[in-house]
Design a protein around this ligand. Sequence first.
Ligand code: HEM
Length: 139
Amino acid sequence: MAHWIIAFPAIAFLLVAAPEAKATLYDDMGGKEGIDRLVDNSIKSFLADPRIGKTFDDTNMVRFRTMLTAQFCHIADGPCKYNGHSMAVAHRGLALRQVDFNALAEDLQSAMDVSGIPFRTQNRLLALLAPMQRDVVTK
Ligand code: HEM
């Protein structure tokens, strides 16, 4: 048994190291720096969008930024824990419609483009966000 480890130390190393080396979505998004840049660009594009910008008029944007950053990091298997409101609680009372959700998703996509996130990585994040639609859209 030990003979092949001596004969093929490189293979033995790969077998031990491989699980550690697996990149998460967080890594593919550029880690902390990448997510900070994405959240920055996303907030700019939400606020500049005439379809949904006004929805944020009464929002504490410092908290929103912190929470969105933590949420993206958390769902992308990064080293963060999202401890904000559930999506149902965060959006209740906003009477959001499907068109609002689609507008935000579109803005997020262009923010991912601007942030240099590759298309495949974009789709992995969008796939994690899509099921939240049923808690966010209430009208
Ligand atoms: C998958 C889609 C969405 C995600 C992942 C998301 C994420 C979040 C997060 C993390 C928060 C902060 C919760 C907290 O403060 O604890 C939040 C709040 C908020 N979201 Fe969303 N959101 C989504 C869709 C939308 C849409 C479609 C709109 C409007 C067009 C919207 C408008 C808001 C507003 C206005 C707040 C702040 C509410 C307040 O002032 O307390 N969100 N969202």
